[in-house]
Design a protein around this ligand. Structure first.
Ligand SMILES: Cc1cc2nc3c(=O)[nH]c(=O)nc-3n(C[C@H](O)[C@H](O)[C@H](O)COP(=O)(O)OP(=O)(O)OC[C@H]3O[C@@H](n4cnc5c(N)ncnc54)[C@H](O)[C@@H]3O)c2cc1C
Length: 340
């Protein structure tokens, strides 16, 4: 199969709220965008860490949940037809013939005149339980996020973890699955009290079995190496084997700057140093905005990231369209594509 190659005006690394708003800002200035994210879905921290939590400090939204904000940003970006390249981490960023080239871990190459890094705290990845042979089952019987809840219909499930994801998915899948075991190392859950109450009600009705205080110990396999169950153990060494078609492990996400620290940009305390007047980094044609960018007085707030997106795009214009004058226009004057 031929490796995928995409050419664009502006490559945006990171599909969090700030990266998504950059699509809109770039689009309003006539710049084509490609958005790359290592996660399989857009939304960054809002979608991955707190989709259901209310946010109160987005201007003109007295309250909006993480996932509602992302859906609105997706819709706002839609008229500009961004290309999303999801599920692969940008590992390399190099300059070739006056264009920046990015290569993702899935082998996709994106070539752009300008790069805007909106990579938050770096690449997210699930914290994986240290079980021997777990990689063999990832994506088939072991999952760190749920993409298609229907795929768990009539299945025996082991859900491990004590936070919102574990509790919310136990509640959501209880009506579909044949049986759900929730494995947690202590009897206190770090999840919304209402959700914990609901899970306890389901446990009382026998729809969910709480396996507490146990930790995951080993994956059980049959002769063909198919997972048949999960062995769990207490601190005192008491073991149980839970028959399982699937293991859903929700131990949070790990974050690190990852390959970004090898791209030769000036860094400051694990963030990318920028000039706040332009959001330019130490490399010409590369900008950084949102949580990953730092300057004196930086506030790590979504609303500040939105403003940084506008500043970066206005400054990038001349690198995308050399010699073309930028006439500042309000959105009320310019409108958006497809609007009457
Ligand atoms: C529980 C919680 C509550 C919060 N509440 C608020 C609040 O009320 N108000 C507020 O303003 N802020 C809040 N925040 C902070 C807010 O979520 C962040 O400021 C915001 O998400 C930053 O957006 P971003 O787009 O810069 O980065 P992120 O949302 O972190 O997105 C960055 C994206 O870049 C991707 N990425 C990173 N490196 C690579 C790479 N090399 N290749 C490909 N992709 C990469 C990541 O996978 C990620 O999806 C909260 C945060 C948390 C955790």
């Amino acid at each position: 199969m031929e490796a995928q190659r995409i050419t664009t005006d502006v490559a945006i690394i990171g599909a969090g709220p700030v990266g998504l708003f950059t699509v809109f800002q770039a689009g309003m200035l006539g710049m084509k965008t490609t958005v790359i994210d290592v996660l399989p879905e857009i939304g960054g921290q809002c979608q991955a860490l707190y989709p259901q939590k209310p946010i109160y400090d987005i201007p003109a939204h007295p309250m909006v949940t993480g996932e509602e904000l992302i859906e609105n940003l997706r819709k706002q970006a839609e008229p500009f037809a961004p290309e999303y390249v999801l599920g692969g981490m940008v590992e390399q960023l190099t300059k070739d013939n006056n264009a920046w080239q990015m290569v993702t871990s899935l082998g996709v190459t994106v070539e752009a005149k300008v790069v805007i890094i909106a990579a938050g705290c770096g690449a997210f990845g699930p914290n994986k339980p240290p079980l021997v042979g777990i990689e063999r089952h990832e994506g088939n019987q072991v999952f760190y996020m749920v993409k298609d809840r229907q795929s768990f219909k009539d299945k025996m499930l082991v859900i491990a973890g004590g936070g919102d994801s574990a509790v919310d998915w136990a509640n959501s899948l209880a009506e579909l699955a044949k049986k759900i075991y929730v494995v947690h190392r202590r009897d206190k859950f770090r999840a919304a009290p209402d959700s914990v109450r609901k899970m306890q009600e389901l446990a009382a009705q026998g729809k969910v079995e709480l396996v507490i205080p146990y930790q995951l110990e080993a994956i059980q396999e049959d002769a063909s190496r198919r997972m048949t169950g999960v062995m769990v153990k207490t601190l005192e060494g008491e073991e149980r084997i839970l028959p399982a078609d699937a293991l859903l492990a929700f131990f949070g996400l790990s974050m690190n700057l990852g390959p970004i620290s090898d791209w030769g940009l000036n860094l400051s305390k694990n963030h990318i140093a920028v000039d706040p007047a332009t959001m330019a980094t130490s490399a010409s044609g590369i900008y950084a905005i949102g949580d990953i960018a730092t300057y004196t007085g930086k506030l790590k707030l979504i609303l500040c990231g939105f403003s940084e997106a506008a500043i970066a795009c206005h400054n990038a214009y001349n690198q995308v369209f050399p010699g073309k004058a930028l006439h500042f226009e309000y959105s009320t004057t310019r409108g958006v594509p497809g609007e009457k």
